[in-house]
Design a protein around this ligand. Sequence first.
Ligand SMILES: [Zn+2]
Length: 208
Amino acid sequence: MYYNTDLFVFYFLTLLFEIFQMNKNWKFVCLGIILSFIISPGCAYNKSSLPDLLVDNQQIAITANPDAARNDCDTLVITCIDYRFAIANQEFINNTLGLKDNYDHISIPGSIYNLVNPETRDLLFSKFSLSVSLHLIKRIVIISHKDCGGYGGSVSFGSEIAEYETLCTDLRNARELLIERYPTLEVDLFIESLTTEEKPKVRFEKIP
Ligand SMILES: [Zn+2]
């Protein structure tokens, strides 16, 4: 939805001026009607404005870190696609692990679930190989998460312990497979989970 803000402000101020010329009762009625018109489209504007930020063929440029202009990076990070963890993952990778502008990032449903699965293993290795050979990475960071749709969610495990043990086992199997293929690589494993507090947090745990 598109609003011409200048025109809107002009009409709004003109209306206010007219209303303040009226008697007391009519002032309240008119102000009530105007407020209801402002609040409804205002909410719609907030929800739908993002896709219209760029019109067709318009371009924007976002400043890149000069350090990112080199030909290789140190680390490949593999995560699930789950939107609930996207912001926390960026924070964890960039700031906690200190990898800002120094990693390739592959997001795939279930994280390394498809690497552990023999049927899809080759496809994943072919994608990982590009990162390893193209950017000369030295380390792989794998993050799996609880309640992952790639595994069918937490309910598919039967218990919290069973879920945790399966995720740990899959992560360790993935590390073995990767080191078998790339013996010089360091592989670090993490499990993340969403807490159920009033203000939910994403907790990360390093798996040995
Ligand atoms: Zn997932």
